[in-house]
Design a protein around this ligand. Structure first.
Ligand SMILES: [Zn+2]
Length: 68
C-alpha cells in the first residue's frame, strides 16, 4: 500500500483516467494516486497505454462491485 509524505493513505485516482478516456487520449498516461488526507497527488514514474490501463481497471472495478 502506498503512502503519502504526510503519512496519509494514497488512493488510486480513477477520475483522472476516466477524464482521459472521455477526452479520447490515445497516448500513454501516467497513473495518479491522491492522498486522502492532504489531497496531494502522486504520479507514477512510468506511463502506460490508456487502453491497457483501462482494461486492467475494468477488472478491478468489477471485483469491487462483486464485493459491494
Ligand atoms: Zn498526504
Amino acid at each position: 500500500m502506498m503512502k503519502c509524505q504526510c503519512g496519509g493513505l494514497l488512493r488510486f485516482d480513477l477520475q483522472h483516467l476516466q477524464d482521459a478516456g472521455r477526452l479520447g487520449v490515445r497516448d500513454q498516461v501516467s497513473l495518479v494516486w491522491k492522498c486522502m488526507v492532504c489531497g496531494r497527488s502522486r504520479k507514477s514514474d512510468e506511463s502506460y497505454p490508456l487502453s491497457q490501463v483501462v482494461a486492467s481497471l475494468d477488472q478491478l472495478t468489477l471485483a469491487d462491485r462483486s464485493q459491494g
